[in-house]
Write a protein that binds this ligand. Structure first.
Ligand code: GAL
Length: 377
C-alpha cells in the first residue's frame, strides 16, 4: 500500500488566493453607459461565464488550500500515557502537527485514556461535543472501534486510528459504507518475523547450550492487541522456517510493562535455569525488564542466552550496541505519527484517504544499531 504524504500549504499564499476569489467581483462601474439589447445579452452571457469561471477558480483554490491549519481542531486520545513507546509517538505527533503542519498547540487536545475504555469513550464524546474537526485515536481496546466509529460518523467527524489495529473486516466496512475512518500503523507480522530472523541469523541459530533445541520464553504484550498476537506467532514461525527445532518453556502476558517483563523472566529463570536459550519480548520495555532479571541471575546476553525486543527505545538500541541485547526492531513512530497527522488533515480538507496505511519496521542488530541511534536520539 502506498503512503500518501501531504504538502504543507503556505498560509500566506492560501489567504492571498481566497481574498482574490472573494474580492474580485464582476460588478459594473456606475458610470458605464446603458448597453443596447444585443450588447446587453452578450454582456449577461459574459457575466455568467465570468461567474462560472470565478466559482470554478474558487473551488479549485479551496481544494488546493484546504482549511487554514491554524483553525483546525484535533482531538487525540492515547490508550495510556504511561506507555514508553506511545510517549515517544505522541510527542512526535504533536511536534509534527504544530511545527510542520502549522496547527496551533491550543487547538490540539491530547488525553490519557489511562488504559480504561470507559474513560477513553468519555474523552471521545467530549471531543465530539467540542466540535473537533478530526480525531486521532489509539484505542484502549480494538473491540470498541465500531462504537467509536459510529459515534464519530454520526457527528460527521473523521477518525484516524493509530497503533492498535481494528479488525480487517471493519477496515473494509469503512470503505464499503463510505465512512471517514482509517488506520495508520505498522504490520505486526513483520516485526515478529524480524525478531525470529535475528535469532535464526546467529551462527548457532539461538541454540545457546548447543543441545539441538532452542528453548525460549515468550513475554507477551496485552494479548487483545494484534501486535502482541502476531509478534508471538511470527517470531517463532521465522525460527522454525529456518529449520530450527523449538520448545516453548513459558508464555506469559507482561502488558508491555518493564516491571512485569522483569518478574516473568526472573520466575522463568529460577524455574528453568540454564535450559533457556532465548527470551523473546513483544516490546523493548519488557526486554529491559528481562535484562535486569538475566543480569541478576548471572547470565550473559549473547554468550549463554539471547534477548530480543521491539520498538528501538534508545536504551534498548544502546544495549544492542553493548551486547546486552541481541536485537530489537525499530517501530517507526516518526513515520507513523507523520502519516497519521497528514491523513487527518487530508480528511479535514476533503481529500481521498485510504483505509489502511502501514509503515515498515526495521531490524536492529549490532550491524546498524549505531545508525538507528543517530536517527532516534
Ligand atoms: C506496540 C509497541 C508497544 C506498545 C503497544 C501499545 O506497537 O511495540 O511497546 O506501545 O504498541 O499498544
Amino acid at each position: 500500500m502506498k503512503l500518501k504524504k501531504v504538502m504543507a500549504v503556505s498560509l500566506a499564499a492560501a489567504m492571498a488566493l481566497s481574498m482574490t476569489a472573494c474580492g474580485g467581483g464582476s460588478s459594473q462601474p456606475a458610470e458605464t453607459p446603458a448597453p443596447t439589447e444585443a450588447a446587453a445579452k452578450e454582456e449577461t452571457k459574459a457575466e455568467e461565464a465570468a461567474d462560472a469561471a470565478t466559482e470554478a477558480a474558487e473551488s479549485v483554490a479551496e481544494a488546493v488550500e484546504g482549511k487554514d491549519p491554524a483553525e483546525i481542531k484535533v482531538g487525540i486520545s492515547i490508550y495510556q500515557f504511561a506507555d514508553n513507546f506511545m510517549t515517544l509517538y505522541r510527542t512526535e505527533l504533536e511536534n509534527y502537527l504544530v511545527n510542520e503542519l502549522g496547527l496551533k498547540k491550543e487547538n490540539i487536545s491530547i488525553m490519557d485514556g489511562k488504559n480504561d475504555q470507559g474513560e477513553q469513550m468519555n474523552q471521545i464524546r467530549n471531543f465530539i461535543t467540542q466540535g473537533c474537526d478530526v480525531l486521532i485515536v489509539n484505542l484502549v481496546q480494538a473491540s470498541s472501534e465500531p462504537t467509536v466509529t459510529e459515534e464519530c460518523a454520526a457527528a460527521n467527524i473523521p477518525v484516524v486510528y493509530i497503533n492498535r489495529e481494528p479488525e480487517t473486516e471493519r477496515e473494509q466496512a469503512w470503505v464499503d459504507e463510505g465512512i471517514k475512518a482509517t488506520y495508520v500503523g505498522a504490520d505486526a507480522r513483520q516485526s515478529g518475523t524480524f525478531q525470529g530472523e535475528e535469532i535464526a541469523e546467529l551462527e548457532n541459530k539461538g541454540d545457546a547450550d548447543g543441545d539441538g533445541v532452542v528453548r525460549y520464553i515468550m513475554v507477551q504484550g496485552d494479548p487483545e492487541n494484534v501486535d502482541a498476537q502476531y509478534r508471538t506467532e511470527k517470531s517463532i514461525e521465522a525460527l522454525t522456517a529456518a529449520g530450527v527445532e523449538v520448545e516453548e518453556l513459558v508464555k506469559m502476558r507482561g502488558d508491555w510493562d518493564q516491571t512485569k517483563g522483569q518478574e516473568i523472566t526472573a520466575n522463568a529463570l529460577s524455574q528453568h535455569g540454564a535450559k533457556i536459550d532465548v527470551v523473546f519480548c513483544n516490546n523493548d520495555a519488557m526486554a529491559l525488564g528481562a535484562l535486569q532479571a538475566i543480569e541478576a541471575a548471572g547470565r550473559k546476553v549473547n554468550e549463554d542466552i539471547y534477548l530480543v525486543g521491539v520498538d528501538a527505545l534508545v536504551e534498548a538500541v544502546e544495549n544492542v550496541m553493548n551486547n546486552k541485547m541481541t536485537g530489537t526492531v525499530f517501530n517507526d513512530y516518526f513515520g507513523q505519527a507523520h502519516t497519521a497527522a497528514d491523513v487527518a488533515l487530508d480528511f479535514v480538507n476533503g481529500k481521498d484517504v485510504e483505509n489502511v496505511y502501514m509503515v515498515d519496521y526495521v531490524k536492529v542488530t549490532t550491524e546498524n544499531a549505531g545508525e538507528i541511534l543517530e536517527l532516534i536520539k
